[in-house]
Each structure stands twice: as structure tokens, then as C-alpha cells.
Design a protein around this ligand. Structure first.
Ligand SMILES: Cc1cc2nc3c(=O)[nH]c(=O)nc-3n(C[C@H](O)[C@H](O)[C@H](O)COP(=O)(O)O)c2cc1C
Length: 278
């Protein structure tokens, strides 16, 4: 199936952009982005609200603790309380980010380093809604700032875990090889290259008889300061990359939360959902 963006090239092109050019996004392109946002859906039947915040005309400077420079527009993401809500948010927002990447627009997932109160007022977030993340959007500046380079170095943003730490066959004791993954080596590789909070890469995937089981390897204490588990957003991002790759290669299946997978996960590792082959 032909998607709105070529998956491999877009996934490999995307990286977190923290320094932006002064150049505004053209009104026509903004309209295209808004239309895409309004039409976005996810396979978890959860309503995710994505909103554009334009700050060019206002005097207020949006707070990102010096992490982001030069951006005038932001996208905020909200969701209400329901099962798989944070995963759905990760999926939908990442799909938008890949679409923007393909348009040459830079983004950066921000789950921590932004003034949540200020953004939540500007976006009129409903009191009961969760407001897990935002992203600036704009044109990437040619030259990175020192702060930018230091953040990337600190998070080891250029690195990714190897296959044998992330993907397994039937249970958690047998690493999955690319040969064994066959045509699914591509969707799994697209997961491996995905962004994640602090680049912790909490995705663990087991290939079983009838599909792929997705688990979250929770970093102990990591989300304790927040009212939600940001690493569940990472699992939704992984689902997006996996699904886009599978759709592009015509490998049909459906995401389902199974009641009994029958696999014992390691400590701090939790079952989230499966991609059941059809
Ligand atoms: C859910 C989520 C939250 C993130 N929160 C922040 C943040 O608060 N501040 C920040 O500078 N980067 C944040 N990042 C960006 C990650 O540090 C980045 O994706 C990772 O280091 C990999 O680098 P890359 O995106 O350039 O591939 C976040 C990423 C994700 C997926």
C-alpha cells in the first residue's frame, strides 16, 4: 500500500530538532498540516486531540527551559482517561511527525522540558485531560547550538540498542534474528530506529506463532514525577513505526490487547498489546 510518506527514508531522516530557522511555515503548508491533523486516526479507537499553537503574533515567549530555540509554532497532544490512551497518543502524534518530516519540517517530542502550565493555558487543555507532550514545528536551522549538541550527547541520541536486546522469539530467553523475523525484519528495524523519551528504548517485542507481542520495559522510577507513564507513549510510537512499515509492505494484521499471552516477562516488563497477523 502506498502511504503519504516513504517509511524507511522518513524514519531514517527524522531526528529531534531543537534549533529552528526564523522562516515561518507558509500558510498553505499550515493548512495542509491542519487537514492532516484533523483526519488522523489510530488503531486503538481512542480519540487523540492534536492542536496547533501559533505564537508569532503574541508577545508571550513559550517556555522550554532553553531546550528549543527559534520555533514559533507548536503542536500539543491531549487525551482523556481510557485504556491504551497514551499508546494511541504516541501512535497518532508520531504519524503526524513522520508526515511533517517528509515535508521538510523539523519536530522534537517534548514530554518533560516544557512549561506545562503555560502551554496548557494557551492550548485550553480540559481539566480532566492528560497533556503528555508537545512538539515545536518549523524549519531546522543549519547550525546546532551548544545546548542542542549537549542534550543529544547526554541522551546518547545517535545510538540504538541492538536487535538481541529488543526482539525475541516465543519467550524472553531467545533473541530473534533478522533471518527468523523474515519479512517482519523491516517493521522491527523501523521500531528500533524510533525516538523515545531520554532515548531509553523501552520497547520489547516477541515474535510468536500468530503475531507479535509488544511489551514495555519500564525504567524504574522514570515516570514517578508525572501523573502518567511517558514510556507508554514510546510504545505507541513503536506501534506507529511497525504499522506504517507493515502497511507499506502489505503485511496485514490488527492490534489487539490479549487477555492471556502465556509468556512470563522479566522484572519491570509489562505486556501492552499484540499485532495479530490476518
Ligand atoms: C515521549 C518522548 C518525550 C521526550 N521528551 C523530551 C524532552 O522533554 N526534552 C527533550 O529535549 N527531548 C525529549 N525527547 C527526545 C528524545 O530525547 C529523543 O527522541 C532521543 O534522544 C532520540 O533522538 P532522536 O529523536 O534525535 O532520534 C522525547 C522523546 C519522546 C519520544
Amino acid at each position: 500500500m502506498k502511504l503519504e510518506f516513504p517509511v524507511e527514508n522518513t524514519v531514517k531522516t527524522r531526528s529531534s530538532i531543537r534549533t529552528y530557522e526564523d522562516k515561518p511555515i507558509d500558510a498553505k503548508v499550515k493548512k495542509q498540516i491542519k487537514d492532516y491533523m484533523a483526519a488522523l486516526s489510530n488503531p486503538f479507537s481512542v480519540k487523540v486531540s492534536l492542536q496547533l499553537l501559533e505564537t508569532a503574533a503574541s508577545n508571550e515567549k513559550m517556555g522550554t527551559y532553553g531546550v528549543i530555540k527559534g520555533a514559533k509554532d507548536y503542536i500539543g497532544s491531549m487525551v482523556s482517561e481510557s485504556e491504551l490512551n497514551l499508546e494511541a497518543l504516541g501512535y497518532s502524534f508520531e504519524k503526524l511527525i513522520l508526515y511533517l518530516t517528509n515535508l521538510g519540517i523539523g519536530t522534537c517530542w517534548l514530554g518533560g522540558t516544557f512549561n506545562r502550565n503555560q502551554f496548557s493555558n494557551a492550548l485550553e487543555v480540559k481539566e480532566k485531560d492528560l497533556f503528555p507532550a508537545i512538539s515545536p514545528i518549523g524549519y531546522p536551522a543549519g547550525k546546532k547550538r551548544l545546548a542542542d549538541t549537549l542534550i543529544r550527547k547526554f541522551a546518547k541520541s545517535e545510538q540504538r540498542k541492538n536487535w538481541n536486546e529488543l526482539f525475541f522469539l516465543n519467550d524472553f530467553s531467545t533473541p530473534l534474528t533478522q533471518e527468523e523475523a523474515k519479512e517482519f525484519a523491516f517493521p522491527l528495524e523501523m521500531v528500533r530506529l524510533a525516538p523515545s523519551a531520554s532515548n531509553k528504548q523501552p520497547w520489547r517485542i516477541i515474535k510468536a506463532q500468530d503475531g507479535f507481542h509488544f511489551y514495555e520495559a519500564k525504567a524504574p522510577g522514570y515516570s514517578d514525577k508525572m501523573s502518567f507513564d511517558i514510556q507508554r507513549v514510546d510504545i505507541g510510537i513503536a506501534a506507529c513505526h511497525f504499522h506504517m512499515a507493515a502497511l507499506e509492505k502489505d503485511l496485514p494484521g490488527n492490534f489487539e490487547k490479549l487477555t492471556n499471552v502465556g509468556i512470563v516477562p522479566p522484572a519491570n516488563t509489562y505486556y501492552i498489546f499484540s499485532y495479530i497477523l490476518s
